[in-house]
Design a protein around this ligand. Structure first.
Ligand SMILES: Cc1cc2nc3c(=O)[nH]c(=O)nc-3n(C[C@H](O)[C@H](O)[C@H](O)COP(=O)(O)OP(=O)(O)OC[C@H]3O[C@@H](n4cnc5c(N)ncnc54)[C@H](O)[C@@H]3O)c2cc1C
Length: 493
């Protein structure tokens, strides 16, 4: 197995997109097989060495950043098999963890299938998206990554290789998992007693439900329980056609009314994605796309899968809905073919590009939220974000997955004082979202950056329950320490 410790060659492994700059490591291992990962962990068990798992570094929470840990880089585990049809409307594709999401999607599409999870960032590894239960615009229709994983293989901290097809390992009626491992013997632990928020997206802490499946514990566990090395992905038939549209509104009330009606499928519409841009986001996009109307309170991007036969009728249903919510129909943009849809995607991607360019000229990094709330609490969280930012005179944008009541607030500080104020307010945003029954993270996860906030959601006992599960899998505390669970909880359980 290749090992590199030349600082010039391993520098990139010290960062992700979280802006944490203090990572350091003695070196990076590049396993080329599942057995390499197992051997590495088995041989180092009991030596006190710690490891952090590295995907492609697009994570936003510092999860892959080492603080003295050795790095396990997943990039050489990059095999991708052809889709195998299971029945008329499902196929399975086996992939190793270091395959790029972009390549998974292309491979599926080339044979008429769709892998639905679509985080905005495509240059992430598939193993990381499973470890982080990643999601994107299509999650509104298809759910997060969790819903599209049929099997995973994991290497545990002691070197055991565990194959977990969905349905094989379930918690007993007493809430216990009991699993016999070849190398390290019997593993026993309780399903956490906490309940998860009633949001349609959630990615903060270990999953929990009565009689749960072990695979669901690993999905979203951010590499704290084992290294995901292989997975079977579930594919669905690619749609024959897609209607895409960007629609502007004169007022926020009209926009929210449209979203509510679309979610109720009023008039026969059936959205696959519902995404939001506030006026400040549109200001950034207007730097490049001057046609974005000035007099607008915001825009919604929607998508609907359709067929040649039904396209006209469904488009008509959307136009009626737009009219009924006073949309600025004349200024709106409908994309019905692949070229137009690519152009619309470029338009949407202009937002992060412009924001990042602007941030690059500023002395401070942005403060971003990733919270979601139950649908009936969305307007309250939105107005709280807005009024707090206006009160402090911040430059900010709000955008994202309004269909899942999950929008991102980005505060863009122009001074260190503003940065400090915004950072302090982050705790208020977490409290508000949790008080409204929401989640601290709907998709980006907790990593190292947000571990200190997780207790606001689950309380001390909830975090202790997670720490107990972590210690059952990893008694010597070897893997991804500092992620998700603040370290002092290991001493307290
Ligand atoms: C511009 C931008 C847009 C984004 N949009 C979205 C979005 O829409 N939705 C979304 O969900 N996320 C989004 N993200 C976040 C990010 O892309 C995802 O979290 C992604 O899953 C990270 O993949 P990666 O390969 O870069 O992982 P890394 O950053 O390298 O690692 C992320 C975490 O996963 C762990 N990990 C990696 N591989 C494994 C493995 N094989 N087994 C166990 N643990 C592992 C790491 O230890 C770390 O904790 C976005 C990021 C950016 C920069």
């Amino acid at each position: 197995m290749i090992y590199k410790d030349d600082p010039a060659l391993i520098r990139s492994f010290l960062e992700d997109t979280s802006n944490i700059k203090t990572g350091h490591t003695p070196g990076v291992y590049f396993p080329e097989s599942i057995e390499d990962v197992s051997e590495l962990l088995r041989e180092n068990a009991g030596t006190g060495k710690r490891f952090v798992i590295s995907g492609n570094g697009t994570g936003t929470t510092g999860g892959r950043i080492p603080f003295g840990d050795l790095v396990i880089a997943m990039e050489k585990l990059d095999r991708i098999d052809a889709p195998l049809q299971r029945n008329g409307d499902q196929a399975v594709m086996t992939v190793k963890a270091g395959v790029l999401l972009e390549d998974v999607q292309k491979k599926a599409e080339s044979s008429g299938w769709l892998y639905p999870p679509d985080p905005t960032e495509k240059l992430c590894f598939i193993g990381s998206t499973i470890a982080n239960n990643s999601s994107g615009a299509r999650t509104y229709k298809y759910g997060p990554t969790r819903d599209h994983i049929a099997r995973i293989t994991v290497v545990l901290a002691g070197g055991d290789i565990l194959d977990i097809p969905r349905g094989k390992y379930r918690a007993g009626k007493d809430g216990m998992f009991r699993i016999d491992l070849a190398l390290t013997g019997r593993l026993e632990f309780n399903v956490p007693g906490y309940t998860l928020p009633l949001t349609s997206k959630h990615n903060a802490g270990y999953y929990s439900s009565d009689g749960m499946d072990l695979i669901d514990l690993f999905i979203g566990s951010e590499g704290t329980l084992g290294v995901i090395v292989e997975a079977d992905l579930l594919l669905v038939p690619a749609p024959e056609k897609t209607i895409s549209c960007l629609v502007y509104f004169p007022s926020l009330d009209d926009l929210f009314d449209f979203v509510q009606k679309a979610k109720r499928k009023t008039g026969g519409v059936d959205p696959g994605a519902l995404e939001f841009f506030d006026p400040n986001s549109l200001d950034f996009i207007r730097r490049v796309y001057t046609e974005v109307p000035e007099e607008t309170a915001g825009a919604v991007y929607f998508e609907q899968e359709t067929t040649m036969d039904k396209e006209d009728e469904q488009l008509e249903a959307w136009f009626e809905l737009m009219e009924s919510s006073n949309a600025l129909t004349e200024e709106s943009w409908v994309a019905l073919d692949a070229d137009e849809q690519r152009a619309m995607k470029a338009f949407r991607h202009e937002l992060p590009a412009q924001v990042n360019e602007w941030i690059g000229t500023q002395p401070e990094s942005k403060i971003s939220t990733d919270m979601a709330v139950p649908d009936d609490a969305f307007a309250e969280l939105y107005h709280f974000y807005r009024s707090t930012c206006e009160k402090h005179g911040f430059r900010y944008i709000i955008f994202g997955h309004i269909g899942n009541s999950h929008v991102h607030l980005n505060i863009l500080p122009s001074s260190h004082d503003e940065f400090k104020t915004a950072k302090a307010l982050y705790r208020d945003f977490v409290k508000k979202a949790v008080d409204l029954g929401g989640t601290l993270s709907a998709e980006h996860g907790i990593g190292k950056l947000k571990a200190g906030y997780l207790v606001s959601m689950f309380g001390d006992e909830g975090i202790r329950e997670m720490a107990r599960i972590k210690k059952a899998f990893d008694p010597n505390l070897v893997l991804n320490i500092g992620n998700l669970i603040p370290e002092h909880y290991y001493r307290a359980c």
